[in-house]
Design a protein around this ligand. Structure first.
Ligand code: PGA
Ligand code: ZN
Length: 428
């Protein structure tokens, strides 16, 4: 059979933070190949798939020699001879072979890079761009982008506590128009920051290095940048990734920059105030991953007006998405393939979310490479939203630019998701 897996080859490459990561090439009997590369998070959820890293002193303990030998050994033995067109079968075999709940034996990095490589090889076997292969003839939309302007949290030495200050160009009428709008906001924001002090570089995902005296000051500057760029009419809205698990300790939310701490009630009140004062449309991980009551009560309070995204809270798990739906927590899911370990499980989380009218946001990690698979997943699965990081640095821009190519190829048939990508109830 021509689509049988014939050869699997893994190697170490280096990610956007200069850390080792896993790259896998899969070759099929027909000779066509597919490649997968594992991205890496910095603010990871406690329930996500864990990478297999070598430990020790060299390269900060992050080398991936063991993960490579798992791929060349037992993963290759299990997958060679399997049909690459059967992604669920391949992924099920990987999950069974690993045998752990958190993918620690084979390594989430080894599993996801292999799963991605098989998917790319299958698309190549059909001679289709990956997004077209995934769409399988169904209509697709180009995603509403969520683009970071300031970084923070674990991606910027905790210079501010909130991790991502992003914008959503909901009023754009095409994907390329959306990027133009973001570019104008990005330039404005840089000019506003430079008025205060010289710019001092970028955070891990390419956003401006934060130079603020309080977390709220960043919200003020971002709002001013949006207005200054001419989008104060609601056509560009703010999205925050609070990544609250990073500073939720012993039941308290502690903002290091302001040296303040809040119990859940006071924390939700602070968020209420921000939501009232700034043009915020989406908030990710507003509470810590263990604060189930906080997430449900935040959703009850704001779910009719705001997109509430679970990242660390849902870890791309269909089971957690369903549990959150039952508990009335969140109305959107962040989808990161390496958070769960395989392509099939990522798709299952998307389907569970979509079944209840949730928003679905395909997302990069803070450690990325030139690989653009998430652009294909966002379009091919018609996820509606894509979050990649900022509007600088090629490991980010490669993903945005890849969508521009799809838009160009689609021509008149290109449909931009815009507001239709938001959770049901927020689409009008
Ligand atoms: P991470 O951050 O890749 O460091 O986990 C991205 C996010 O929290 O959305
Ligand atoms: Zn997040």
């Amino acid at each position: 059979m021509k689509s049988q897996i014939k050869l699997i080859r893994a190697r170490r490459i280096w990610d956007s933070r200069g850390r080792p990561t896993v790259e896998v090439d899969v070759q099929l009997e027909s000779g066509v190949c597919g490649r997968g590369v594992a991205p890496a998070g910095a603010s990871r959820g406690e329930n996500e798939a864990v990478d297999l890293r070598d430990g020790g002193a060299d390269f900060g303990g992050l080398d991936v020699r063991q993960a490579l030998s798992r791929i060349h050994g037992e993963i290759a033995r299990t997958l060679i001879g399997r049909d690459a067109m059967d992604q669920p079968g391949v992924d099920e075999a990987l999950v069974a072979l690993d045998g752990t709940p958190n993918r620690s034996r084979l390594g989430g990095n080894a599993m996801v890079a292999t799963s991605m490589a098989v998917l790319r090889a299958a698309a190549a076997a059909q001679d289709l761009p990956l997004w077209r292969y995934l769409a399988a003839g169904k209509p697709v939309r180009l995603p509403l982008p969520e683009i970071q302007i300031f970084g923070g949290g674990a991606h910027a030495g905790r210079r501010v506590d909130i991790q991502d200050f992003l914008v959503m160009p909901v009023g754009a009428d095409s994907f390329s128009h959306a990027l133009e709008m973001v570019s104008r906001v990005y330039i404005r924001a840089g000019a506003l920051m430079a008025e205060k002090a010289p710019l001092t570089g970028v955070a891990d995902e390419g956003g401006y290095w934060p130079n603020f005296d309080t977390n709220e000051e960043a919200l003020g500057v971002l709002t001013k940048a949006i207005e200054g760029a001419g989008y104060g009419d609601g056509s560009v809205m703010i999205s925050l990734d609070i990544a609250a698990s990073e500073f939720h300790r012993y039941g308290l939310y502690r903002l290091g920059l302001e040296k303040t701490s809040y119990d859940t009630g006071d924390w939700l009140e602070l968020l209420d105030r921000w939501i009232g004062a700034y043009p915020i449309l989406s908030i990710e991980d507003p509470v810590g991953e263990r604060d189930h009551e906080g997430m449900a009560s935040f959703t009850q309070r704001h779910g009719a007006r705001l997109q509430i995204v679970g990242d660390d809270y849902l870890v791309t798990s269909a089971a957690r998405v369903k549990a959150a739906q039952a508990a009335g927590a969140c109305n959107a899911v962040l989808l990161k393939p390496n958070q769960v370990g395989t392509i099939t499980e990522t798709y299952e989380a998307l389907q569970a979310a979509r079944a209840k009218g949730w928003g679905t946001v395909v997302s990069a990690r803070s450690g990325e490479t030139e690989d653009t698979i998430i652009s294909d997943l966002a379009v091919g699965w018609d996820a509606g939203q894509l979050k990649v990081g900022s509007f600088t640095r090629s490991e980010r821009m490669a993903k945005w630019n890849e969508i521009l190519r799809m838009e160009d190829v689609l021509g008149d048939k290109a449909v931009f998701a815009g507001r239709s990508a938001l959770p049901e109830g927020l689409r009008g």
